[in-house]
Design a protein around this ligand. Structure first.
Ligand code: AMP
Ligand code: MG
Length: 474
């Protein structure tokens, strides 16, 4: 790998935490880097030179073929509870953190390559990603950002010119992921289960300084993580989003949505919806997500007990109380989000029942989640029901609340990256045609814009088009 003079001022605070937190690992060069997408607005927001990123030298960095000056590439160590079972050592098995940059406004961001080759944490994996999950993560995370959901971002996607073996040979790709950090609940678990209290404290201090500067101590940080996760999960729910793998290693302590794997947005609404092929018990179904968040946050809380003073009983009581605070925070966020979807900017407590009645009518009719809510703003909601009578009865009570349709329009996207559209973009991408992908990213990156030439992308899947199962398939 060659050294390159990248005009990027890396400042690597995580790498400075010292041994034990990561393994120094460079990306593995690829045969033939090829451009798929560069996110210029994000580059600007980060203070990076988009023209340089678009140059051959930039492409070489984004593919892992050149190590930019100032980068200190590492694979981060973490553990995690996967489907309820503890894996004591996971870590970045197919990702490398190149380094951190500080944006013009002072905000710090990780620049990570995902799919950049094996690391000491790869176990039996190849450290690579194929094009499908890279395009999905790019499109979905950028939609989430456009919809105002805390999320990791996609700075770039490139092809590698190498095959990746997943039952068959598939084209390899690398995603450049940007996050306020990649520190997970599972990062805390990694040190807690080893009884490495010194590093646990170092990690907590780093997270407090980086994400929760007002927190003061571990308990304050825990409360902060809980509050942010309550908001984030409420936003997922309001978009019909199903993360799919809410393992503790896939929950960022920053509150950002992270690790888009077999994630999906519901088309037809039903609260029990599951897409992931590996989620057989429905552990991570749409309606389960708030409870799973509590479960994950309880794991974080128990990790932090050793940092909460000598009186363990008191620490346990305080940590428990903090976790028990989630439902009230979540319920308040849920009501605010769903009331806004109904055009009610100042929700009353009885609006909860109004929302729930609509959701029940939608579930019974398997109404399209996105189109029904958008239809409230545009007057087209009834058209989505074969038998509109239950909806019409609800609509009279809703109208009596005098909704503000501009509020509803701002809360209900006209478009989401629907599964069948992502699938079509991937299918075309595999043949080398990224036109559908770019169109999908442009249209779902402006999700509240009612542009006529994007109307087809608002349509639910037709007969035989619906994608009902998604795969980790990384
Ligand atoms: P995830 O599915 O993102 O939650 O990943 C779970 C764990 O498996 C993490 O430690 C990943 O780094 C690791 N992993 C997933 N795919 C690969 C791969 N292709 N090669 C190496 N490690 C992988
Ligand atoms: Mg993960």
């Amino acid at each position: 790998m060659t050294q390159s003079h990248a005009p990027i001022a890396f400042d690597n605070s995580y790498a400075r935490l010292g041994p034990g937190f990561f393994a120094r690992t460079a990306p593995t060069p690829v045969a033939q880097p090829g451009r798929i997408a560069l996110n210029r607005p994000l580059a600007e927001r980060l203070g990076l030179d988009a023209d340089w990123l678009d140059s051959d030298a930039g492409l070489a960095m984004l593919a892992g073929n050149a190590s930019p000056q100032g980068a200190d590439p590492i694979a981060q160590a973490y553990a995690g509870h996967q489907f309820g079972g503890l894996s004591p050592q996971l870590g970045d098995g197919r990702a490398v953190l190149l380094g951190e940059v500080v944006a013009p406004d002072g905000a710090r961001f990780d620049i990570q390559l995902k799919g950049s080759g094996p690391t000491p944490f790869s176990r039996r994996g190849d450290g690579r990603a194929w094009l499908g999950p890279v395009l999905r993560e790019y499109a979905v995370s950028e939609f989430m950002a456009a919809a105002g959901v805390p999320t990791t971002r996609a700075l770039a996607a490139v092809t590698t010119g190498e095959p990746v073996w997943r039952e068959t040979a598939l084209p390899g790709a690398v995603l450049t992921r940007v996050a306020s950090s990649h520190i997970r609940v599972g990062t805390f678990e990694y040190f807690a289960i080893r009884g490495d209290i010194d590093r646990l404290r170092t990690l907590a201090d780093h997270v407090i300084a980086r994400h929760y500067p007002d927190a003061g101590d571990a308990l304050g940080m825990l409360r902060g993580v809980i509050a942010r996760q309550a908001e984030t999960v409420a936003q997922w729910m309001a978009l019909g989003f199903i993360h799919g793998v809410m393992n503790t290693d896939n929950m960022a302590v920053s509150g950002e949505t992270i690790d888009y794997g077999p994630c999906a947005f519901m088309d037809a609404y039903h609260p029990d919806t599951v897409f992931s092929s590996i989620d057989r018990g429905g552990r991570y179904a749409w309606a389960e997500q708030p409870q799973v968040a509590v479960w994950n946050l309880a794991q974080l809380a128990s990790c932090l007990i050793p940092l909460m003073g000598d009186d363990t009983d008191r620490a346990v009581a305080q940590a428990t109380e903090a976790v028990h605070g989630f439902p009230a925070l979540y319920q308040a966020a849920w009501l605010r989000r769903f009331a806004a979807k109904l055009g009610l900017a100042n929700p009353r407590s009885d609006d909860r029942a109004l929302v729930e009645r609509l959701l029940t009518i939608m579930a019974n009719a398997r109404a399209d989640f996105t189109r029904t809510f958008r239809g409230l703003a545009t007057g087209e909601a009834a058209a989505g029901f074969t038998d509109p009578a239950p909806y019409r009865a609800w609509e009279r009570d809703w109208q009596a609340r005098r909704p503000d349709l501009a509020v509803a329009a701002a809360a209900n996207p006209a478009r989401i990256p629907r599964n069948h559209r992502i699938q079509a973009a991937i299918d075309a991408g595999v043949t080398g045609d990224f036109t559908p992908f770019h169109r999908l990213v442009a249209a779902t990156g402006a999700p509240f814009d009612d542009r006529a030439d994007w109307r087809d992308l608002s349509q639910p899947p037709g007969d035989g088009e619906a994608v009902r199962v998604t795969y980790c398939g990384t």
